[in-house]
Design a protein around this ligand. Structure first.
Ligand SMILES: Nc1ncnc2c1ncn2[C@@H]1O[C@H](COP(=O)(O)OP(=O)(O)O)[C@@H](O)[C@H]1O
Ligand SMILES: [Mg+2]
Length: 248
């Protein structure tokens, strides 16, 4: 089920992040696969100390949403790398395409018409099990019971326009997404669909934003586990490159 995409740093990011830890993420092209993370001795240790109740969800489900171009995939992939626990990454758009969970392709908008029932059936077992990052620009179709945290990424609309232009989106699609960002449509959709207490709105304009946001989500993951009765592995650390710091 894990969908893996390669992150490509724009020249702007390469320049501004040359010395930052986010840069090593962009350059490495190494996406933290579930299997790689599960093979990390620190994570296995973490798994061993979990409560014996097998029915309880041991890991949260995090939905990363926002207007196309806001940075969902970039955040999700860095989070997979930095997470102190194993998280499976699903790019919902890719899943729809790869598994044919749609009713055809809309040429005008250059996007698939999603078959929501098929999509939810496909995701149900994974989402119920927990330990999942969902990456999608739409957030209102997922059942509330699945989701523990909704991250809504926001970006200045002129910057968003440039990002979508670089993607060679057709002009109608750029305009629609630009307006959607100005109108904060995704944030409103999230607020209508989920308890406000689980929604966090985060700015995604710079690599500093990216690093801070991921660090904040990692902190939230550790708190979630603590609040759900899972003892913290003494080796778990908060912050960027926590797995690397464990190894050293
Ligand atoms: N916080 C950020 N700072 C700088 N550039 C970013 C940031 N987030 C995303 N980008 C860049 O914006 C573009 C779109 O990001 P992406 O993660 O693909 O967006 P989405 O998945 O929401 O469509 C990419 O070129 C990415 O490198
Ligand atoms: Mg994406």
């Amino acid at each position: 089920m894990a969908t893996v995409a390669v992150a490509v740093a724009t020249p702007q990011i390469r320049k501004s992040a040359r010395s930052s830890r986010a840069m090593s993420f962009f350059l490495s092209h190494e996406i933290g696969l579930f299997s790689e993370i599960a093979a990390n001795p620190a994570v296995l240790e973490c798994t061993e100390i979990m409560e014996p109740d097998q029915k309880a969800k041991h890991f949260p489900v995090i939905l990363i949403t926002g207007t196309p171009g806001s940075g969902k995939t970039t955040h999700a992939q860095l989070l997979v790398q930095e997470s102190p626990i194993p998280l499976q990454y699903v790019n919902v758009g890719d899943l729809v395409k790869d598994k044919g969970l749609h009713e055809g392709y809309d040429e005008e908008w250059q996007s698939y018409i999603v078959d929501e029932d098929k999509l939810l059936d496909e995701l149900e077992p994974t989402a119920s099990a927990g330990g999942l990052i969902l990456d999608w620009h739409t957030c209102d179709i997922f059942p509330e019971r699945w989701i523990d945290l909704v991250v809504v990424l926001r970006c200045d609309h002129t910057q968003l326009w440039e990002r979508l232009e670089q993607r060679n989106y057709p002009i109608n699609k750029i305009q629609e997404n630009n307006e959607s960002e100005i109108m904060q449509s995704v944030l409103d959709e999230a607020r209508k669909s989920y308890d406000h207490g689980i929604i966090v709105e985060l700015r995604s304009e710079t690599t500093d934003d990216l690093e801070n946001n991921v660090e904040r989500i990692v902190r939230w993951i550790l708190e979630w586990r603590s609040n759900h009765g899972f003892k913290r592995n003494p080796e778990e650390t908060i912050g960027m490159n926590n797995k690397k710091s464990q190894e050293s």
